[in-house]
Design a protein around this ligand. Structure first.
Ligand code: PLP
Length: 383
């Protein structure tokens, strides 16, 4: 198969260290974050086709990949746009050409709203979430001063993280917003994190039906009150085959399905103990740098190469029997693996989103060939 060799670099990003794109996977300097493009494309096509068949819009969450090239790839596959967890994440994606952005965390404070207005000028279709009347009023005042009408959505508290409570509190906020002239209420956003990672398909189904059911009821409440609410966005990788069965959700915003990780694999699927609905596409390549004892090998990836928030380390690809541990910020350890200095090893990451945030770029590979170094353009953009 022929493939394009494209080398993207954001000005200033790793330009000094990445003078030339290595041609082969085995030549990549380690630790190297890689994405296997065949698997990425298959995961994307599976989700896009599934949601299209279910009649739902698809707005993948870019908090996972933080990479404008992938955001644009998703749009080519049928996504209406991308979600950004924070304003700066969405702005970085827009800078790289992504459109149809939904900022899923409320933008609070005068300076940030001013930056939000700048994004709304550049991408007028952007939707910003709010969960407080004062924040909606602040948006309205800033939009009026800029001569704009800004799209807002009400973030509902179904995930026990952010948002306003469903039912009467959300209705009251919607009524307040409908009186503001320079904001347009787009609809509701409801992300239920506890449902997405609930272990076992039955338990996950029950959790999502309960959480998203409250959001659907709130949508109906607004409409009975005469407030148009044509849009309800939510869902995740874990509920990808549950939420389309909940009448009233109009859009799904999954993220991790593109890459996958150990954490998601553990939630179990409809078919069995493991969630393998999507393929593992993301890996970190490391090199064994020391072998202090015959049964101990040390490789060049530690806490700075793998996010350790889940409390466990990475997994040696295809060798779940090998015990892998952290040996500090820069190093990891392998017990009784037979690995020796110079060996290159590939690892499955514990948690994809925060691991991606540790790298300046990810290498897109197809088989042994390195196609591109995609800048992780929203890396560190958590403001
Ligand atoms: C608001 C919101 N929507 C969607 C997602 C996507 O979830 P997942 O990566 O589990 O598919 C997340 C993940 O944390 C999120 O915070």
């Amino acid at each position: 198969m022929t493939s394009r060799r494209v080398f993207f670099l954001t000005p200033g990003v790793a330009a000094a260290t990445l003078k030339a794109l290595p041609k082969r996977r085995e030549d990549l300097p380690t630790p190297a974050l890689i994405v296997e493009v065949d698997k990425l494309e298959a995961n994307l096509a599976k989700m896009a086709n599934h949601l299209k068949a279910a009649g739902l819009a698809f707005r993948p969450h870019a908090k996972t990949h933080k990479t404008h090239e992938i955001a644009k790839m998703c749009q080519k596959a049928g996504a209406v746009g991308s979600c950004g967890a924070k304003l700066s994440e969405a702005a970085a994606l827009a800078e790289g050409g992504a459109t149809g952005l939904l900022v899923t965390t409320a933008v609070i404070g005068r300076d940030k709203i001013a930056q939000g207005i700048a994004l709304a000028k550049k991408r007028p279709e952007t939707i910003f979430c709010v969960d407080q009347a004062q924040n909606a009023s602040d948006w309205d005042a800033a939009a009026r001063a800029a001569g704009l009408r800004v799209n807002l959505a009400i973030d509902l508290w179904v995930g026990r993280r952010t948002g306003i409570e469903c039912g009467a509190p959300a209705l009251e906020l919607a009524r307040h917003m409908s009186r503001l002239k320079n904001v347009r209420l787009q609809g509701l956003q409801a992300y239920s994190g506890p449902s997405s990672h609930r272990r076992g398909f039955e338990a996950r189904t029950a959790a999502s039906r309960e959480a998203m059911g409250e959001a659907v009821e709130t949508r109906k409440l607004l409409e009975r009150d005469g407030i148009a609410c044509p849009w309800l966005s939510g869902g995740s990788t874990g509920t990808w085959n549950i939420d389309p069965g909940i009448d009233g959700i109009t859009e799904l915003q999954p993220g991790s399905f593109l890459f996958m990780d150990i954490d998601y694999r553990r939630i179990g699927s409809r078919e069995g103990e493991e969630f393998n609905d999507f393929q593992q596409a993301l890996f970190v390549i490391c090199t064994v740098v020391s072998r202090p004892k015959p049964d101990l090998a040390i490789f060049d990836g530690g806490y700075k190469a793998f996010a350790a928030d889940r409390g466990y380390g990475p997994e040696l690809r295809g060798r779940r029997d090998v015990k892998v541990g952290f040996a500090g910020d820069e190093h990891g350890s392998l017990a009784a693996s037979g690995a020796k200095a110079g060996d290159r090893l590939e690892f499955v990451v514990p948690h994809c989103d925060p691991t991606v945030n540790l790298y300046d770029h990810m290498y897109a590979v197809r088989g042994d060939e390195v196609l591109a170094a995609w800048p992780i353009s929203a890396r560190g953009k958590s403001q």
